[in-house]
Design a protein around this ligand. Structure first.
Ligand code: MSP
Length: 660
């Protein structure tokens, strides 16, 4: 059995978790649960970063002892993580003695390596970032992240010879291309390394709050230097060498894109200096925005994740964040979109499928299915989806993993539509086939639930129970349980709809602001209709399709099948021998793609570079003049006129945002 040690960033505790910090913990939890499903011995660590000056200031503001304040915040954080079903194995706080021992150990080793020296630091410091700032980085004298003036400090500091590790880091990046992913982050950091590294201050003088420097009790360890070491102290560095040898090096650090630099430059350099092995991988995820607006504790534009979880449930929130946002890119949250996805993915699709199959099994077979399926196409769909799921999840493409599981759900719905169990039920000669069809659908739903269990743990186990295949939450294994079965008898359990459909709200995106609460009256799930309480199979024969066929309008679901996203043009050139075509390279946040667009009569290729455009993201590739185009750029094409690109207001929305 292989081991897997993964961590998230540890959170500042000057305020409660928000949807952005929760996003990180949810996605890391999905990875941890997937690893357990794979059968890996998994150790998942999270925690709180308590030695920040902001934390100290907040405690002083509230008139409480800082440690007592941190204790209180720990309880609040644990409560939020519990409600969001985050299954960490350990929770570390930087005020714990075990962490202090780890920090002391690393400091000693770095000092012994000759990588610490004393000097003076004079310059800007942003307390909200807990980072030293260069004059050139300020905007109108303010920190560009927090829009507040930084503080000018001049103090004796201890410096770490980071500059010494520039070449070793470059070598490490070259030898281990997987060290930092996704590629967009790796490229950013490589550019930074190539432009040179300066030594950094790793202590703060005259601060009352922090871990005293082993070599200078009048200074405390700089909060970032302190915090990074949590990953090692959590597994025993400085306190339990055997445990440390068991778990270190970490397999994966999950962190946000704003702090990738600390994890991919400073942290590995510290470890190199201390002669400790480097973590195997750092993943820099994107940011969750609120309707395009940055979520920030210090700017006061935050959404409480529990508000979203309370509204529709923690599992729907987890599914939304995982399936909707390509992992590694930026994403957006809006109440409207959350409800929409809830209705589409859960109420109408998976939830309805569970209701239909249990209701039909109940009605036609008294809830019991003997062993034996017709199998065939649906089993193949499931096998293909399981293989894709594994690949995607191993590559941390969590959104693709969720989509693969949904392919089984879609396949099962199509299978029901094709086989028409309600018609089979009328013909005694088809009895065996009907049993097989119901068995197949039950089996497909079971496999989909196994695949979705890391994303929606509570729902997945409930679905398994309803499919007559209850499982022990710690006992599911991908190899065994995602394999198509034909041999067990099943007793399906009919019950209330898992996710009652929401009334379509009249709330437009503009009715909600980043921080507002969704008006409860408009958003509570509709009381279950009799049909939902007791889902019945489609009537027999199904209603004629004529009205729909006569009306060419499409449903919102049809529209949502077309995935349009914001992209930036990185390079563009005319396709030789073509009057119309331009080949371009675009960045969609999570990846770069080549597209071919028929806009050369209206645009010079060069003028397109740097522009933000909308593209159809989920179009099958097509070859144009021998070039494979992966997507389509959106442009208006007036009759007889030249194409005109769809554009966006400034500032441009984050790359990868959905256009709808
Ligand atoms: N304490 C430091 C991390 C030290 S790790 C050794 C810190 N804390 S934080 O509370 O500000 O952020 C915690 C994590 O949440 C970071 O990885 C950060 O990138 C992430 N996020 C903060 N806002 C976010 C979004 N809006 N969206 C997604 N992740 C976000 O930084």
């Amino acid at each position: 059995m292989s081991r897997f040690y993964l961590t998230t960033a540890i959170d500042y505790v000057n305020s409660r978790p928000h949807l952005g910090t929760a996003y990180e913990k949810i996605t890391a939890d999905v990875i941890a649960r997937y690893r357990r499903l794979r059968g890996d011995e998994t150790h998942f660590v999270m925690g709180n970063d308590e030695h920040s000056q902001n934390v100290y200031r907040r405690a002083v503001e509230l008139g409480v002892d800082p440690l007592e304040y941190c204790d209180r915040m720990e309880r609040e954080f644990r409560e939020v993580w519990g409600k969001l079903a985050i299954s960490f194995d350990d929770f570390i706080r930087t005020t714990e003695p075990r962490h202090r021992a780890g920090v002391t150990e690393v400091f000693r080793r770095i000092a012994d390596a000759g990588d610490l020296y004393e000097g003076y630091y004079e310059g800007w410091y942003c307390v909200s970032c807990e980072a030293f700032k260069q004059e050139k980085d300020l905007v109108d004298g303010n920190c560009p992240v927090h829009l507040k003036p930084p503080e000018w400090i001049r103090e004796k500091n201890h410096f770490f010879r980071l500059s010494r590790y520039r070449q070793p880091l470059l070598d490490h990046f070259a030898a281990h291309p997987e060290f930092l992913v996704p590629e967009i982050r790796r490229n950013e950091i490589l550019r930074l390394l190539e432009s040179g590294l300066e030594d950094i201050s790793v202590s703060r003088a005259g601060q009352p709050w922090g871990i005293p420097l082993p070599t200078d009790r009048a200074s405390v360890v700089y909060v970032w230097f302190d915090a990074l070491i949590n990953y090692a102290s959590a597994v025993g560095l400085g306190t339990d060498e055997a445990r440390f040898a068991t778990w270190w090096p970490a397999d994966l650090h999950i962190v946000g894109k704003d702090i990738t630099r600390f994890h991919a430059v400073v942290w590995p350099a510290m470890l190199m200096s201390a002669a400790i092995a480097l973590p195997r991988q750092v993943f820099g995820h994107g940011f969750v925005y609120l309707k395009g607006q940055k979520m920030s504790k210090s700017l006061g534009t935050v959404l409480d994740p529990l508000e979203a979880a309370d509204r529709l449930g923690p599992d729907p929130l987890r599914l939304y964040l995982v399936k909707e946002i390509p992992y590694g890119g930026d994403g957006d949250f809006s109440w409207e979109r959350f409800e929409e996805r809830y209705n589409v993915d859960l109420a109408n699709n998976l939830g309805n499928l569970v209701s239909r199959v249990t209701a039909m099994t109940d009605r036609y077979r008294g809830g019991r299915l003997p062993a034996g399926a017709v199998s065939g196409r649906l089993a193949d769909v499931a096998a293909g989806a399981v293989a894709d799921y594994r690949r995607a999840m191993d590559d941390l493409a969590l959104h693709d993993g969720a989509a693969a599981a949904y392919r089984i759900v879609d396949g099962a719905n199509e299978f029901i539509a094709e086989t028409e169990p309600w018609s089979l039920a009328k013909d005694p000669a088809q009895a065996e086939r009907l049993t097989g069809v119901l068995y197949d659908v039950t089996e497909a739903v079971r496999v989909a639930a196994v695949l979705l269990s890391p994303v929606m743990p509570a729902a997945a186990f409930e679905i398994l129970r309803r499919m007559g295949a209850p499982a022990d939450p710690d006992g599911l294994r991908l190899d065994m349980d995602a394999t198509w079965r034909t041999g067990d008898a099943r007793a399906a359990q009919k019950a209330d709809a898992l996710w009652p459909r929401l009334e379509t709200t009249s709330v437009s995106p503009d009715d909600t602001t980043a921080t507002d609460a969704a008006p409860a009256s408009k958003r509570r799930p509709k009381t279950m209709s009799p049909e939902q309480k007791e889902p019945v199979p489609a009537p027999s024969p199904p209603p004629p399709a004529a009205p729909a066929a006569a009306d060419a309008r499409i449903s919102i679901d049809d529209f949502m099948n077309v995935e349009m996203r914001v992209a930036k043009v990185l390079a563009a050139e005319r396709v030789p021998n073509s009057k119309k075509l331009i080949k371009m390279q675009v960045d969609v946040g999570t990846e770069q793609r080549t597209l071919v667009a028929g806009i050369a009569e209206a645009y010079e290729a060069e003028s397109l570079v740097g522009r933000t455009v909308a593209i159809v993201f989920n179009l099958k590739p097509a070859k144009l003049m021998g070039i494979e185009s992966n997507g389509m750029v959106l442009a208006a094409s007036p009759e007889g006129g030249k194409p005109s690109l769809v554009t966006f207001d400034e500032p441009a929305p984050p790359l990868g945002s959905r256009v709808r």
